[in-house]
Design a protein around this ligand. Structure first.
Ligand code: ASP
Ligand code: MG
Length: 440
């Protein structure tokens, strides 16, 4: 069984849905197709929810109507027969009736999740209507019946496995299934989601649950590139990455893949392929246990980082100091990305500054605290790169015009991270493209 996930832009236009219908029927292997919402929809739903949370019902109503119009136009071009059109119209009406009812209910977090779930439900149902019209045999699977997270918002892979197997058992003679990414049920049984961009995560959890032959993530770029194509003009796809390398790149800024989607594939040893719907024959990127080659493969950057330095002479020769500092971050459920220490100071970085003020206040008990915001982590990723000859020399020579605030080396053998000011990011990525890949 193969899992094929298509992102928002791959389903965002009727023509794009036609292309993916071709892709999923190109051979006889059984498939579970995981769809995102049409591009822009989750953003619109987020805005609708934000308006409601502020009590701005008139604003929310306007946003709902605009989104409904978008879907009404979408289905005119999606299907041809009167019968299919009426079915699609009924689906759109049903989901927008729901959103209109929500206008009258008082806002809550649970309601917000219900609103956000409409996008994937709509895209997968409309795609299913199109497949029916094309006489493509398939079954629509409700992700809310099998995708489950626990009270800590962690996916319950065991439960997902059992529930999905039961569901598939019901349709033994079917070989094609269409389901929703992103949405799930939480420990309370409410509708919830796997956070923004979470459809990739859904796909890899499903692939793990059914022991898929491959988990294909289809977007509109031909794989993970050696550098950020939005910043550097000349980049190329990386052919093969190990799970570790891919996790580092996804976490440290390569937007193409949700970072959490690596662990299920890695744990269950399912190859992941990053492929391009606009260029289906392009090789893309293969992510498996084996890195394939040694040396630097890619650089990625993660923005909006805050660096926090805690300086204390009491740290000198003391033990237990780190634990106390880390406990503060744990208390506020804020994860640390980079750490460097000297005997009298420790610097850490975080990407979520929701609790920054409270964190600083508690850290001040231990010493003086300084923060720098708008920092960027530049990560250089590759297999055994810390053992690659001259790699440090090359990196530092290349970026010598740029002040470096922190360096992380040796945490893993696959990653060297630098913390620089956000303003220097473009320059750093461009310089590294030349220095490490000889590309301009
Ligand atoms: N539709 C959701 C989002 O835009 C999930 C996804 O596309 O992966 O975040
Ligand atoms: Mg996406």
């Amino acid at each position: 069984m193969r899992v094929m996930k298509f992102g928002g832009t791959s389903v965002g236009k009727p023509e794009r849905m036609y292309s993916i219908a071709n892709l999923i029927t190109s051979d006889d292997e059984s498939k579970i197709v995981v769809l995102s919402a049409l591009s822009g929809t989750t953003n619109s739903l987020t805005e609708i929810s934000a308006s409601l949370s502020k009590g701005d019902r008139a604003g929310a109503k306007k946003q709902i109507d605009a989104l409904e119009l978008h879907y009404q136009n979408f289905i005119i071009n999606l299907v041809k027969s009167e019968e299919a059109y009426n079915k699609a119209k009924a689906i759109v009406a049903e989901h927008f009736e729901f959103l209109n009812i929500i206008l009258k209910i008082s806002y809550s977090d649970a309601l917000n999740k219900d609103i956000l779930a409409q996008g994937e439900l709509l895209s997968s149902k409309l795609f299913s209507i199109y497949l029916h019209e094309q006489n493509i045999a398939h079954e629509w699977l409700p992700a809310l019946d099998f995708m489950a997270i626990d009270a800590l918002e962690e996916p319950q892979i065991g439960a997902i496995k059992v529930k999905l197997a039961q569901l598939l058992q019901r349709y033994k003679n079917k070989t094609l299934f269409v389901t929703q990414g992103y949405i799930c049920r939480n420990a309370k049984g409410e509708v919830d989601n796997l956070k923004r961009g979470g459809s990739d995560y859904s796909a890899s959890l499903i692939a793990a649950a059914v022991d898929a032959s491959v988990c294909e993530i289809w977007t509109d770029i031909d794989g993970m590139h050696n550098n950020d194509p939005r910043v550097v003009s000349n980049t190329k796809p990386v052919e093969q990455l190990s799970f570790e390398e891919a996790a580092e790149l996804a976490y440290f800024g390569a937007k193409i893949l949700h970072p959490a989607s690596i662990w299920p594939a890695q744990t269950y040893n399912i190859p992941v392929k990053l492929l391009n719907t606009l260029q289906p024959d392009a090789k893309g990127t293969l992510i498996i246990g084996d890195a394939g080659s040694v040396g630097v493969k890619a650089v990625a950057a993660k923005d909006n980082i805050t660096a926090i330095k805690i300086k204390s002479s009491r740290m000198l020769l003391a033990y237990g100091f780190m634990r106390k500092i880390f406990e503060v971050f744990e208390k506020y459920r804020t994860s640390i990305d980079m750490i460097t220490t000297s005997e009298v100071a420790v610097s850490v970085t975080i990407d979520n500054d929701t609790y920054l003020k409270k964190i600083i206040k508690e850290l001040e008990v231990f010493g003086t605290v300084e923060t720098d915001n708008n920092q960027t982590i530049v990560s250089i990723v590759g297999n055994e790169i810390t053992a690659t000859e001259d790699v440090m020399k090359k990196i530092f020579q290349t970026i010598s015009p740029i002040p470096v605030r922190m360096v992380s080396y040796g945490g893993s053998r696959h990653n060297i991270s630098l913390l620089i000011s956000g303003e220097d990011k473009e320059k750093a990525l461009q310089l590294l493209n030349k220095g490490l890949f000889d590309m301009e």
